[in-house]
Ligand binder design. Structure first.
Ligand SMILES: [Zn+2]
Length: 401
């Protein structure tokens, strides 16, 4: 279940108007008080920085777009601000500005996705022995740290065990379970949460007002919902909506722009389909069309969904993936519990067959309706195995109850 909102937006709409600075850059928080939706993290960091009780290594984890590297830079600024250490770095001193402009000599940012080897880490360790050039601390920010090789982690571990007093490490990762426990035990861990859609809505409205962009509240709510907890995704959608609507963000445009991104609506569709409720299935389907969904996209999404539910059926722990919202997780697990594997396999087969049929159909939307009706009929029927196992009557009985 990927973030479909981003996949389907035409690339042309991402070209910003002349002189327009993308919101994510323009409003990137530079101090803790500007971070949204991470109250616990902000409070803990604030106390740590004020009391000078921060350790020498931190690890920030959370889904993409929740602000890990932004927070890492805020920590770097807080520690190295000429008027600090302070949770509210001034933003104007030499140290603060050099961090913002990516040329701070003592704040070294490394993307572990491209520098995974032992030699890269050796270089860092070697350099870390020398004092900071201009600032208080020498700070290493290692993004996607889970990508480091085993030998690189081992080398790093030695430095983490006895770090020079002037060195701080800030690690960021989307996959904390891939970071060795020996490293984790030497870091203070901060979990960045998925940001609630109400918080995002408020924030986006505030930005629209600052940018003198007119908007319909419903449009902003839709963007916040499609962002699925990621500020970055939300801001890039908002950027597109602003460019698309020439500084007037309307609900109709946003719906058109997002197309089919509402996973909740799809899960509902899948659910009523499996309950065999034809009338409701068709209503839901038509509603999706009205919101701009395309037939083939709906089918693709239903295939994805079937596969996901099947995976959940086999390994329910997959639902713990932090990329999945609580609501989606709940609905997915319910579906997995109520449907048998043979049923799910049949749903998959019918959908796949329908895919080919739809491509040839003169009216794909009607073809999809017919296909969905077929699935609605199929779902409440017992599988062949169930028939053999318990006899027709008891199987049908089971389905009814
Ligand atoms: Zn400063």
């Amino acid at each position: 279940m990927t973030n479909t909102a981003l996949k389907i937006i035409p690339e042309t709409s991402t070209v910003p108007a002349e002189g327009y600075r993308v919101l994510a850059r323009k409003y990137r928080p530079i101090k803790l008080s500007e971070v949204i939706g991470q109250d616990f993290l902000v409070e803990t960091l604030r106390r740590g920085i004020e009391g000078n009780r921060l350790g020498h290594a931190f690890i920030l984890t959370g889904i993409r777009g929740t602000g890990k590297t932004t927070t890492a830079r805020i920590i770097a600024r807080s520690l190295n601000c000429e008027n600090g250490p302070t949770p509210e770095p001034c933003g104007v001193c030499g140290s603060c500005t050099s961090i913002s402009q990516d040329h701070a000599l003592d704040v070294i940012e490394i993307d572990a996705a491209s520098r995974t080897g032992i030699d890269d880490i050796r270089e860092i360790i070697e350099a870390s022995r020398y004092k900071a050039v201009a600032a208080r601390y020498k700070i290493y920010i290692i993004d996607e740290v889970h990508m480091l090789s085993k030998s690189a982690f081992n080398a790093l571990l030695k430095t983490l065990e006895e770090p020079p007093a002037h060195v701080k490490f800030i690690f960021a990762t989307t996959e904390i379970h891939k970071v060795p426990a020996t490293i984790l035990s030497r870091c203070v861990r901060f979990d960045l949460k998925r940001i609630e859609s109400a918080t995002l809505t408020d924030y986006f409205q505030e930005l629209c007002e600052k940018e003198s962009v007119t908007y319909e509240e419903e449009a902003i709510r839709l963007i916040a919902k499609a962002a699925e907890g990621s500020v970055r995704d939300g801001l890039s959608l908002l950027d597109q909506a602003i460019t698309y609507g020439s500084s007037n963000v309307t609900t109709a445009q946003v719906r058109e722009m997002l197309g089919l991104s509402d996973q909740g609506a799809l899960l509902d569709l899948f659910h009523v389909m499996m309950e065999g409720n034809i009338k409701e299935v068709l209503e839901k389907l038509r509603q999706l069309y009205q919101e701009g969904a395309e037939g083939l996209r709906v089918l693709e999404e239903l295939l994805d969904l079937t596969h996901w539910v099947q995976c959940l059926k086999i390994s329910p722990e997959l639902a713990q993936d932090i990329e999945i919202t609580a609501e989606k997780r709940q609905k997915g697990l319910e579906l997995a519990a109520s449907l048998s594997l043979p049923t799910l396999t049949r749903v998959w087969q019918i959908l796949l067959k329908g895919f080919e049929e739809m491509k040839r159909a003169p009216c794909p939307q009607k073809a999809l309706e017919v296909l969905v009706i077929r699935l609605t009929h199929l779902a409440p029927l017992p599988s062949l195995a169930e028939l053999l196992e318990g006899g027709v009557e008891s199987s049908l009985e089971k389905k009814k109850s």
